[in-house]
Design a protein around this ligand. Sequence first.
Ligand code: ADP
Length: 292
Amino acid sequence: MQPWQIIAEHIAQVTGTPFDPLEPRHIGGGCINTAVRLMDGGRGYFVKLNSASLIDMFEAESDGLQAMSETETIRVPKSLCSGIADGQSYLVMEYIDMGHAGRDGSAKAGRQLAEMHRANWTSYGWHRDNTIGSTPQPNSPNDSWIDFWREQRLGFQLNLAERNGYGGSLRRGGERLLEGFHALIDHQPQPSLLHGDLWGGNMAYDPEGNPVIYDPAVYYGDREADLAMTELFGGFGNAFYDAYRESWPLEPGYSTRKVLYNLYHILNHLNLFGSGYLGQASSMIDRLLAEI
Ligand code: ADP
């Protein structure tokens, strides 16, 4: 049986309505997975595909979409089902026609993200590990934000970088940073529900102009980590930041923590995409060491 037939049957089973799709249409824009739109005459679904071994990644993504969706704040595609078909793992979710922000769209996104960040937990981390891009992301619950960030975010990526051949001065600088960490960050934020991978490519607007966020790497942590990432590859515009801060002001010291939080993503890019990110990772470490 073709994978599409198996996936269509799974969709029919969970929706309780027969589903007989036309030829799948490929959708570009993703970094990690193959994505298609599966439609019959009326209904449409967004389907991601990857190798069968990555089924855990899709199940964790589905849990993350569900967790954000339950806050009923910012719009998130509803996750439908996941599984393995014809040697490939798949994740099916609601299809949303993604477009650009209309009038007030960015301000709405800022407000709704702040509302989502009000959802909190007792510890930093999550009930399961997940992935950031395709890199494993450990989320063992921890009561100390500083320890969580040092061990499960920066320490984890620095170890991975060394295994990928980026040891040497990156490792030495990284170790000094991990040792001096407490001087940089004296912070016990509430554990907020985070998207976890909130760059511009993971937010768009539905046809009614509502912001939509997708492709998450969810965990509970400092909400500033989400905001920092929005600034990493271009920024979300003043209206977004003004609305966020009006809903929930940031604490002093954000500008330093921002570098510390974004270093995680740059190290992850180094590990995923290679040496093009080495210079940026090293200069971020140097900048942080200069502040210790
Ligand atoms: P990847 O996991 O490969 O990075 P994404 O989840 O970022 O893939 O999705 C790739 C592209 O597909 C996005 O940039 C977005 O434009 C589009 N997209 C994502 N989710 C949906 C959805 N539920 N409905 C329609 N289009 C979507």
